[in-house]
Write a protein that binds this ligand. Structure first.
Ligand code: ATP
Ligand code: MG
Length: 356
């Protein structure tokens, strides 16, 4: 199989972890006989310094002409005082918009060897394997008006929650599609007892569910979902929800099983390419020290193999290698504990590569 991959390392440890992840892609290509090619693009603070913009047009074109995009991370204290349009994060928002990425997928997976770094008891998180699907294009974050104003001389404020029904349908469908290859359970999260948008959301979920008789669907109010997530996260398979609820719940879900350095993500569009990135940021505090955990980005590559290229066996090989390396006791600093073997970023990558 031939595939073109756009690589956007970005800032801070973004460079180190994408370098590692590309090595893993190369190893997969060799082992399974695929031809992956890599083209590099600029994004973020480095791009502001060199080109005067956090996202040059060349990068947008590069991504649009590729089969998948691998992103590291952007930002850092160096660029925090720039005017808003020059902030590195603007580059990220713009590339999401340019590529039409409408859903963000974050798997949370239990690793028995990392159970000690979870804030929850082992019994609670054992076997957790859930996938958060968050709508990215609508809802409160983009509704207009969003402003402060005067009403009868009083200060008031308004934010608008706006959704097209079609935006709900496509992300809920995606969740059902993904559930088919998992445990065939979808939990649709809303606040249908209070919000009109949530009542429509629930209707759409019921409508979509009719096309997937093999998938069990459950509706849950967001406040209850937030509680269930820490009380009994094992009950969830695929969780789908609108933008703001998803923002909050996906951060909650991400800490269940331990470290930030372990968590991958994928962002999905209607016609591709999809974008893959670790959920962590550029971690300026550990930049350039060769201690960053590359596994979140390596696991993002596994998601790329599965979702963009349909290479399930290859994706499993990467995930199994990560598991194997953890079981053998190798740890970067962020996940190290007593009795484990502390290794650098590059050594961790080598171990995963050798295992593949
Ligand atoms: P952003 O706003 O870009 O999300 P942030 O300020 O939330 O960034 P991160 O850059 O993700 O934060 O870093 C948070 C903490 O986690 C830092 O102390 C950082 O060193 C650590 N960290 C993040 N990613 C990793 C990683 N891959 N390996 C090790 N430590 C990490
Ligand atoms: Mg953050």
């Amino acid at each position: 199989m031939k595939k073109r991959i756009a690589v956007l390392p970005g800032d801070g440890i973004g460079k180190e972890v994408t370098r590692g992840a590309v090595e893993i892609l190369r190893a997969v290509g060799e082992r399974f006989g695929h031809q992956f090619s890599y083209s590099y693009g600029q994004i973020g603070g480095g791009s502001v310094d060199e080109l005067g913009t956090p996202l040059p047009d060349e990068t947008i074109e590069l991504c649009k002409g590729s089969d998948a995009v691998l992103l590291g991370a952007v930002g850092g204290p160096k660029w925090d005082r720039l005017p808003v349009h020059l902030r590195p994060e603007k580059g990220l928002l713009k590339i999401r918009k340019e590529l039409g990425l409408y859903a963000n997928l974050r798997p949370t997976l239990y690793y028995s060897s990392l159970a000690d770094s979870s804030p929850l008891k082992r019994e609670v998180i054992e076997e957790v394997d859930l996938l958060m699907v968050r709508e990215l294009t609508g809802g409160l974050y983009f509704g207009k008006p969003s402003e402060r104003m005067k009403q009868d001389g009083r200060d008031v404020v308004v934010d608008t929650l706006f959704y097209q029904k079609s935006e709900m349908t496509r992300v809920i469908k995606l969740a059902f599609e993904l559930a088919k290859n998992r445990k065939s359970r979808v939990t649709s999260v809303d606040k249908a007892n209070v919000l009109e948008s949530s009542r429509l959301w629930r209707e759409v979920a019921e409508e979509v569910a009719k096309d997937y008789p093999e998938v069990i669907v459950e509706h849950m109010l967001v406040d209850n979902a937030a509680m269930q997530m820490v009380r009994n996260p094992k009950q969830f398979d695929v969780v789908v929800t609108e933008n703001m609820f998803g923002d909050i719940l996906s951060d909650e879900a991400s800490v269940l099983t331990g470290s930030l350095g372990m968590l991958p993500s994928a962002s999905i569009s209607e016609s591709g390419p999809y974008l893959y990135e670790p959920i962590h940021g550029s971690a300026p505090d550990i930049e350039g020290q060769n201690i960053a955990n590359p596994l979140a980005t390596i696991l993002s590559v596994a998601m790329m193999l599965r979702l963009s290229f349909g290479l399930e066996e290859e994706a499993k090989a990467v995930e199994a290698a990560v598991n194997e390396v953890l079981k053998s006791g190798f740890r970067t600093k962020d996940i190290a504990s007593v009795g484990t073997k502390l290794v650098t970023t590059t050594k961790m990558v080598e171990e995963v590569k050798a295992t593949i």
